[in-house]
Design a binder for this molecule. Structure first.
Ligand code: ADP
Length: 282
């Protein structure tokens, strides 16, 4: 019985170490292990090695993307700058049009590289959110500062209905970016002069932000696809975009313990709900 207890104890220790991510075969003397313990040790050794390998590969990928971003920054800025000059100085209508196209495409490329760097930072799992108690109103104020000018340009009203004191535990800067992506889409995919409503809701375990627009809407079968990497909807038409806004939004929201869902009717409008656990439930 004493022998069996000791065997269980060692097995238990191996599993605990593996759960904590500190499993190492050096801590166990193989000559003194039973058959079962030896088998478990081999299994845990190979799985912890493959986990280390995955982490190393993630690190390498992140480094590669960061390098690409650094190396392409200067040439891309130059292409944009010279094509802007060309656009100013072009004599004919056709030349102006081509220069304008180069400006737009180089901006798109810059946007794409910025998005790639963000995606790799968030996805590698090395990144940590700085989660603190924060008011929804404070997040929304940040978002409105950024989105306000674009809404004004399109003559759109953003109606805000948010209590001052409702709080969550989240990384304010990143969650504001997630909410901004949703609001920016609402502005982008709505016609000039229409209204957008931003409000909060609160249930027993979750609270959240709801953004409703009266824009072009999305067909129901497309809703699950919207959060995919580089997905652009059938309705996106000629609107600028690279299809990563909602992907990043979902990553950020999940990374802060929440979830996002959408409801929409083609030609009538769309509602996004971004939900987070209540402070007491965290
Ligand atoms: P992008 O806007 O760059 O295409 P996003 O990832 O932000 O990429 O959005 C993915 C797709 O979801 C868009 O291409 C568009 O088809 C659809 N979409 C997002 N928000 C809205 C909205 N408020 N109204 C209608 N369609 C939307």
């Amino acid at each position: 019985m004493i022998g069996k207890n000791r065997e269980y104890e060692i097995l238990n220790r191996m599993i605990d170490d593996a759960i904590e991510g500190s499993f190492s075969e050096d801590r166990f003397d193989e000559t003194q292990l039973s058959k079962l313990q030896t088998k478990l040790m081999r299994y845990l050794t190979s799985s912890s090695m493959s986990e280390r390998k995955i982490m190393e590969e993630k690190d390498n990928l992140k480094e590669l993307i960061t390098n690409i971003s650094h190396q392409t920054k200067t040439p891309l800025t130059n292409i944009r700058m010279y094509s802007e000059l060309l656009r100013e100085e072009a004599a004919g209508i056709a030349e102006k049009k081509y220069a304008e196209e180069i400006v737009n495409q180089s901006r798109k490329l810059e946007e794409l590289i910025t998005a790639l760097v963000k995606m790799s930072r968030l996805e590698t799992g090395i990144f940590r959110y700085d989660r603190k108690k924060v008011r929804y109103s404070s997040i929304i104020n940040r978002v409105l500062e950024q989105a306000g000018p674009r809404a004004s340009e399109k003559g759109m009203d953003i109606i805000v209905n948010i209590p001052q004191d409702l709080c969550i535990c989240a990384d304010e800067k990143w969650v504001a970016e997630a909410v901004y992506n949703v609001l920016d889409n609402s502005i982008k995919y709505s016609s000039a002069g229409s209204e957008i409503l931003i409000e909060t809701f609160s249930y027993e375990l979750f609270s959240g932000i709801r953004i409703t627009d009266r824009g072009i809407g999305i067909e129901e079968d497309e809703i699950p696809l919207l959060f995919g990497r580089f997905y652009r909807g059938r309705n996106a038409g000629g609107e600028d975009g690279i299809g990563v806004g909602l992907f990043l939004t979902r990553e950020i929201v999940r990374g802060n313990g929440g979830y996002i869902k959408a409801k929409s009717k083609l030609n009538e409008g769309t509602t996004f709900e971004i939900c987070f656990p209540n402070l007491t439930a965290v």
